[in-house]
Design a protein around this ligand. Structure first.
Ligand SMILES: Nc1nc2c(ncn2[C@@H]2O[C@H](COP(=O)(O)OP(=O)(O)OP(=O)(O)O)[C@@H](O)[C@H]2O)c(=O)[nH]1
Ligand SMILES: [Mg+2]
Length: 313
């Protein structure tokens, strides 16, 4: 605990090593999250959080490498978090370029980190949320989060972002397993990357069809990019910052962040309630009551009330 306090003040002072260390703490045990979160209040809320998601291999990392120089030009500094739900070390293009971007060309202006969590369900989304708040408190003006767009955890992570960029490829409309509805719903801006391959126009049509099924959704920008050659990347960056500007001028940014805080509190509390409930269900006393209720010796409500009483202790 004392350690965490010291690390946080060093990180807030701009010490990168302390920030890196805290991210490892966040990645580890869930109980550290609250200790860190409680010292990051009040939330600063100034960082522009960009979420980048999409199917495996769509070119998310390659695009991020191309977007970072624009982010630096607009904001001076940029942090990148690659979230990998399954393994502690994310592979792919990002890590290869990370050395080049971090130490070299951009020096201290870029902070790149991959993060995974071995914690319980929902733990990764919560850890990511804490990491984002930490970057924000340490005055990183932009945080770019990369994650796969295949499941609920990933969509939870995208919920942390102000602007979500969904990266697709030509042929997306033909794929069955691509979580189309989820990705369509999540995206504020879309990139049809690998536009050097045939089928981008058809994918745009498929995407427009998909968007039109969601009545609450306004028409997003759909950009075409070739991340490997930088084609369309500047225009994509402009679409991302334009979305951010619209969020600010319409007041929606505040609303999104409010909902996000609410969601975070819900998640923390429901995790705690579940833990308390499981502890109560696992007591010998309740096990005995359940056994008796199965053979009709006691009413099931008796077990229920006992569980509630144990949870309230
Ligand atoms: N032809 C072509 N290839 C591309 C383009 N963008 C990326 N690639 C290639 O696609 C492959 C996957 O790119 P990544 O950037 O690693 O994709 P990703 O979405 O980050 O992949 P995961 O993180 O593993 O899901 C790499 O070999 C890239 O060089 C593009 O616009 N055109
Ligand atoms: Mg990647």
């Amino acid at each position: 605990m004392h350690d965490i306090q010291q690390l946080i003040s060093a990180a807030l002072d701009g010490k990168r090593a302390a920030l890196a260390r805290l991210l490892s703490v966040i990645e580890g045990a869930d109980q550290n999250l609250l200790a860190i979160e409680s010292q990051l209040t009040p939330p600063v809320g100034e960082a522009f959080v960009i979420g980048i998601t999409g199917p495996p291999g769509a070119g998310k990392s390659t695009l991020i490498n191309r977007l970072v120089p624009h982010a630096l030009e607009s904001f001076g500094q940029a942090a990148v978090l690659a979230i990998d739900p399954s393994s502690p070390f994310s592979q792919g293009a990002l890590l290869g370029d990370r050395v080049r971007m971090q130490g070299g060309e951009f020096g201290e202006r870029v902070f790149i980190r991959s993060m995974a969590s071995r914690g319980e369900e929902g733990g990764l989304a919560r850890a990511t949320s804490t990491a984002v708040r930490l970057f924000d408190a340490c005055k990183w003006p932009v945080v770019i989060i990369e994650t796969l767009g295949i499941g609920q955890v990933e969509l939870d992570i995208m919920n942390l972002a102000d602007t979500v960029l969904v990266v697709l490829n030509p042929g997306w409309g033909d794929e069955i397993q691509a979580n189309k509805a989820g990705l369509t719903e999540a995206g504020d801006v879309f990139a049809i990357n690998k536009a050097d391959k045939p089928g981008a126009a058809q994918t745009r049509k498929d995407l427009l069809d998909s968007v039109s099924l969601i009545s609450s959704k306004s028409m997003p920008d759909i950009m075409e990019t070739v991340a490997t050659t930088d084609k369309g990347v500047l225009e994509l960056w402009q679409a991302i910052t334009a979305h951010h500007a619209r969020l600010i001028s319409s007041g929606e940014l505040v609303e999104r962040r409010h909902n996000r805080q609410r969601g975070l509190i819900r998640r923390i509390i429901s995790d705690q309630i579940n833990r308390l409930m499981d502890d109560a269900l696992n007591t010998e006393e309740v096990a005995m009551l359940l056994e008796k209720s199965t053979v009709g010796e006691v009413d099931i409500h008796k077990a229920l009330h006992r569980v509630l009483a144990l949870m309230n202790r």
